[in-house]
Design a protein around this ligand. Structure first.
Ligand SMILES: NC(=O)c1ccc[n+]([C@@H]2O[C@H](COP(=O)([O-])OP(=O)(O)OC[C@H]3O[C@@H](n4cnc5c(N)ncnc54)[C@H](O)[C@@H]3O)[C@@H](O)[C@H]2O)c1
Length: 267
């Protein structure tokens, strides 16, 4: 997929990984609509990008991914400004075991909402142009993160939902690919949650586990994850793929096949 002139939406695009994905899209010639609940950060990032890429290729929309109407309005505003949507990255996410309902609302419900609302604009049967949706999960979407059970559940949910809707999209001929990124720890503001009493909630006393995990896995830079993102956006052969990103680079996750699962259910 050539990115020049394409229109992209990145949720949580104000900082961290979302900002990195947005910058990569702009560098490749796309137009970007940044969605973020934090208006100050979103506007600052927009202004930074405008200096580098010009004022006609970036917009900021205040958008809380937990709010259906706000999300719908922000997508509509993007379509009105840029004339359609080709790429959506559902990236907004938090770690907050102390407020697990909010974590589910943003990390899982927000991704499902973002995928469905984006498909309404992108799928060919609605007159859309097709395209690609990238949903951001985590290594905690592939295995347990012991101090963050709810974060783990939401990220497993993102992986399962995205793989299934990718198959539905292909079967129904939506013309939209849906792929997943599962990064290891990344140097962003989110890591601060791992030492916050409020965000660790009842697992604050188990912080030693976080320190050990950080020591053993190491911490990636945003640019390491951006490489995986760029590849998944560009590679039109990938649909329903999950890519893990670690110290060794990125790799496609091998899941059990339908045949493997059938064999297991007959054991
Ligand atoms: N940093 C890591 O170690 C790491 C590892 C694996 C996966 N991830 C995932 O990457 C994604 C981005 O995380 P990050 O590390 O860049 O974090 P971050 O905290 O730096 O950025 C998250 C952004 O999302 C925005 N946001 C939060 N709630 C929102 C909401 N309700 N609606 C809209 N925007 C909202 C924030 O304002 C912020 O700009 C998340 O889904 C996270 O789970 C991060």
């Amino acid at each position: 997929m050539a990115l020049n002139g394409k229109v992209a939406v990145v949720t949580g695009g104000g900082q961290g990984l979302g900002k990195g994905f947005a910058e990569c899209l702009l560098q490749n010639g796309a137009k970007v609509s940044l969605f973020d609940v934090d208006e100050k950060t979103g506007e600052t990032t927009k202004a930074t990008f405008e200096k580098e890429f010009g004022t006609d290729r970036v917009v900021f929309c205040a958008c809380d991914v937990t709010l259906e109407e706000q999300f719908k309005d922000a997508l509509q505003k993007t379509v009105e400004k840029f004339g359609g949507i080709d790429i959506v990255c559902n990236n907004a996410g938090i770690i907050n075991e102390g407020n697990w309902e909010k974590t589910v609302a943003i990390n899982l419900n927000g991704v499902i909402r973002g995928t469905y609302l984006a498909l309404n604009h992108m799928k060919k049967e609605n007159g859309g142009r097709g395209g690609v949706i990238i949903n951001i999960a985590s290594l905690a979407g592939l295995g347990p993160f012991p101090t963050c059970p709810v974060y783990t559940a939401t990220k497993h949910g993102v992986v399962g939902f995205s793989r299934a809707i990718a198959m539905a999209s292909a079967a129904a001929g939506y013309g939209v690919r849906i792929n997943i990124i599962c990064p290891n720890f990344v140097r962003t503001a989110m890591l601060g949650a791992l030492t916050s009493e409020e965000q660790c909630g009842q697992f604050f006393q188990l912080q030693e586990i976080n320190h050990k995990l950080l020591d053993s896995y190491g911490v990636l830079e945003v640019s390491d994850v951006v490489k995986a993102f760029e590849s998944l956006v560009l590679d039109e052969s990938q649909n329903g793929a999950a890519v893990s990103v670690g110290a060794e680079g990125f790799d496609y996750v091998k899941f059990p096949t339908a045949e493997d699962l059938k064999k297991k259910s007959n054991m």
